[in-house]
Design a protein around this ligand. Structure first.
Ligand code: ZN
Length: 153
């Protein structure tokens, strides 16, 4: 069957589906690397395969796409009009899985942070350097959790 997307668009679509190497994630990586932090990527042995792992600091970071992770009250998340039952089931499952993964990580002694896509993208985005500084300070801290989302309207 012919692909309905151009190769460039297809690769972006696939990245957003698998949730790896998405644009917000790349922005975070670049900024934190520039701050001198070193990390591993997508460790399969950890619950939820965190996007970035900072072993020296017992910390992991996720860059969550607002649609796939069902970010509530977010302009980047709207329930699709077609096949509503399918989407409620699918996104609902993702949300529950995320909650379980965070609980497991904390239990295993990993400090766990989430940066939502809307903090880095669109009309709700925060100044890039603020997001990077917050993440950087958090990684160096002893605080268990971090949650950065875009400005609400
Ligand atoms: Zn969001």
């Amino acid at each position: 069957m012919a692909d309905i997307f151009t190769p460039k668009v297809r690769s972006r679509v696939m990245a957003s589906i698998k949730g790896k190497n998405t644009k917000p994630e790349l922005l975070l990586r670049r900024g934190l690397h520039a701050k001198g932090l070193r990390y591993r990527l997508h460790d399969r042995s950890l619950p939820g395969q965190p996007d970035m792992i900072f072993p020296r600091h017992d910390a992991v970071l996720f860059a969550h796409g607002c649609f796939w992770h069902g970010h509530p009250d977010c302009h980047l998340f709207k329930w699709p009009k077609t096949r509503p039952r399918f989407w409620r089931r699918k996104i609902g499952k993702n949300i529950r899985r995320d909650e379980t993964n965070v609980a497991l990580l904390l239990e295993e002694g990993w400090r766990t942070g989430i940066v939502w896509e809307c903090a880095l993208k669109g009309k709700t985005r925060l100044p890039y350097h603020d997001v990077i500084s917050q993440c950087h300070e958090w990684v160096l801290s002893d605080i268990a959790m971090l949650d950065i989302e875009g400005k609400t309207h």
